[in-house]
Design a protein around this ligand. Structure first.
Ligand SMILES: *Cc1c(COP(=O)(O)O)cnc(C)c1O
Length: 361
């Protein structure tokens, strides 16, 4: 069985999972057509709507977040219409690829990595063309930028026929996110980031507008057909076999999160972000993300002193921590410190002290 000795994950996904959550998965299995499952499903709906701040519904998907990108693109864009993707990092780039590979016509607004999108950029694009949907990434995990989703949403909603779809895979539950109040039609996330659960499950709040749109799309595919999902959800069920063990873990995690309160959780993440910024800037490192848009859940440190990130990672591994070494084209010139999920400020302090030993402060 599990031993206590392990490397604690300080990477921005998958993140460290608490032992209580690991244990919650290890219950006897139940059939997903049983009354016990319907009860679990209903209980989860109630709690998920609270953490997503939505009156609608939250779909549970037996996939990672990538699956729900495909679901969003397939269900929300009609065959003869276009989609606008806001790109500013590795994940937003990949979602645009997913739309293209599903046969959709894609336009993009691309900003330099490390920069945020502004409502003005989106307003300009929407004046020029009609889009069935605008797709944005709330928290670009590769760069550590948090986009101004609320303000962009206000612009999108000047157009009745345009849906606003948001990837908040590393945002929601760590960074403030208010789905209905902000006017987000679909907010999707994965279990293994700010939710601090094991990987393998994805979640998405979906408005009635999304379901109305989906009905107008001829070929929604099969696995991610939201119209079918909704019919099952009405019966507290899923179309195909759901990740039951992960749902047990989710049940426990949502109780703990609601007890902590979302507001305290957001505040804890902001505190850890500020600690990380303070550490980086006083050690002559830079902060890669644009000021004013720096993520509460992950900091991308600009490696201005030019430390050897491989050596740093080896050193930290020796102390029991798995560190990130930067993502994609900014690997090495940056590295990321995740302060995400159930991490506490006291633990972050230990991690930063460990890094101090390496940089020789
Ligand atoms: C990790 C991540 C994804 C991909 O999610 P998977 O669960 O790995 O499929 C998408 N978007 C963002 C912002 C991410 O951080």
């Amino acid at each position: 069985m599990r031993t206590d000795k392990h490397k604690r994950l300080v990477i921005p996904g998958p993140v460290e999972v608490r032992p209580e959550i690991l244990d919650a998965q290890a219950q006897w299995m139940i059939g997903h057509r049983s009354a016990a499952f319907a009860e679990l499903f209903a209980r989860l709906q109630d709690k998920l709507k609270q953490v997503f701040f939505t009156q609608y519904r939250v779909f549970i998907s037996g996939s990672s977040g990538t699956g729900l990108w495909e679901g969003a693109s397939r269900n929300c864009i009609r065959d003869d219409q276009k989609v606008l993707h806001l790109i500013g990092g590795a994940f937003s780039e990949r979602w645009a690829d997913v739309s293209r590979l599903n046969g959709k016509q894609v336009d993009v607004i691309e900003v330099e990595w490390g920069q945020a999108h502004t409502p003005d950029m989106v307003a300009d694009a929407l004046k020029k063309d009609h889009y069935d949907a605008v797709c944005a990434v709330h928290n670009e995990t590769s760069t550590g930028v948090t986009n101004p989703i609320k303000d962009i949403s206000a612009v999108v909603h000047e157009y009745d026929d345009t849906l606003f779809l948001v990837d908040t895979v590393s945002g929601i539950m760590g960074a403030e996110f208010r789905t209905d109040e902000w006017g987000v039609d679909m907010a999707l996330t994965s279990s293994q980031k700010a939710f601090a659960l094991p990987p393998g499950m994805a979640l998405a709040s979906v408005s009635d507008r999304v379901l109305e749109r989906a009905k107008q799309v001829k070929n929604r595919g099969y696995y991610f057909d939201f119209v079918d999902w909704e019919a099952s959800l009405q019966k507290n069920n899923t179309v195909s076999t759901p990740p039951v063990a992960l749902m047990f873990a989710l049940d426990k995690q949502l109780d703990d999160v609601l007890a902590e309160t979302l507001e305290s959780r957001w505040a804890r993440h902001l505190q850890m972000r500020d600690m990380t910024h303070q550490w980086a800037t006083t050690r002559d490192f830079g902060l890669y993300a644009q000021e004013g848009y720096r993520s509460p859940t992950v900091t991308t440190v600009a490696n201005t002193p030019g430390i050897d990130v491989n050596e740093m990672s080896k050193f930290m591994a020796g102390k029991g921590w798995a560190m990130d070494k930067g993502y994609g084209k900014i690997k090495g010139t940056t590295f990321r410190i995740a302060h995400m999920g159930d991490m506490q400020p006291s633990e972050l302090e230990e991690i930063l002290s460990g890094l101090d030993e390496f940089v020789g402060v």
